[in-house]
Design a binder for this molecule. Sequence first.
Ligand SMILES: Nc1ncnc2c1ncn2[C@@H]1O[C@H](COP(=O)(O)OP(=O)(O)OP(=O)(O)O)[C@@H](O)[C@H]1O
Ligand SMILES: [Mg+2]
Length: 258
Amino acid sequence: MVALEARELTKCYLPSVPAVRDLSFCLAEGQVLGFVGPNGSGKSTTMKMLTGLLQPTHGQVLWCGAAIQRDLLQYRKRLGYVPEEPDLYPFLTGWEYLELVGTLRGLPRKSLTAKIDALLALFSLAPHRHSAVASYSRGMRQRIVLIASLLHDPSLLILDEPLSGLDVTSAMIVKDLIKTLGERGKAILYCSHVLEVVEKVCSHIIVLRKRRTLAYGHPSELMKSAGQSSLEHAFAHLVEGGDAAQAARDIAAVMSSV
Ligand SMILES: Nc1ncnc2c1ncn2[C@@H]1O[C@H](COP(=O)(O)OP(=O)(O)OP(=O)(O)O)[C@@H](O)[C@H]1O
Ligand SMILES: [Mg+2]
């Protein structure tokens, strides 16, 4: 069943300069949809429109067939969001931050406390739970943001570079978690530049280029149609990424020039 639908989404930050243009797609329950594209292709702008944080210039976002604006509060209760650049309150401890999020989400006190303790332990943050977020490393902050997005057991997860800054073990856990949650019927939108992970966890992929959809399909279909054996190569082929090795040699040559 279709959970989320983006219908002809367009966003112009500046008049007549679209950051996203006429973007349409559906996300079904149990689907993990990878969202990939070069820097500036409009991925994060799309994510923000899908959360209701950014108003589209044209087009609509629908949740279970109804425009999200009709009942944004109810929609957000079903949504977990990991933003590209999360803002945390640095003076709160990790525990206090999660307590604040859970309370604002209306979770009952007893189960909230138990959930926070369990998730902090599972994300290896238990020893740091009473330290201020300001003292956390980049990856520790990312783990707190991930926990905050999961606390209320959302039906829809919008993840903008969720592995950003995570160590190897945490990244492995989150990758497996995305797969598990998809198998349990959650609708998941996963935006990343790490194509090896996208290839492993996503059931479908949208490739954006110049603010529009360039390709859509199952990872294996995209690789087959591009005649490539990995998603990374298929992506480079699709977006005409050029010769990375040659670009690297050119940069090194410029650096050493006198
Ligand atoms: N707040 C803003 N004001 C003006 N222009 C913006 C704003 N945010 C994004 N843009 C522009 O919109 C376009 C798409 O940006 P966006 O951040 O959505 O790209 P992205 O695909 O997420 O890129 P990245 O891979 O670097 O995260 C870019 O040209 C960017 O300069
Ligand atoms: Mg982005």
